[in-house]
Design a protein. Structure first.
Length: 43
């Protein structure tokens, strides 16, 4: 039972970290798109 609990905690930790990285990358993409729009508006 203890092994199952540790395995589930490890799995949830890994999923949480990968989701954080994915959201961070999405934030960077949105920021770059905003900069491109801003630069196009300045021209």
């Amino acid at each position: 039972m203890k092994r199952l609990a540790v395995s589930l905690m490890l799995l949830l930790s890994m999923l949480g970290l990968s989701a954080c990285n994915t959201l961070h990358g999405m934030g960077q993409d949105i920021e770059k798109a905003g900069e491109a729009i801003s630069n196009a508006a300045k021209k």
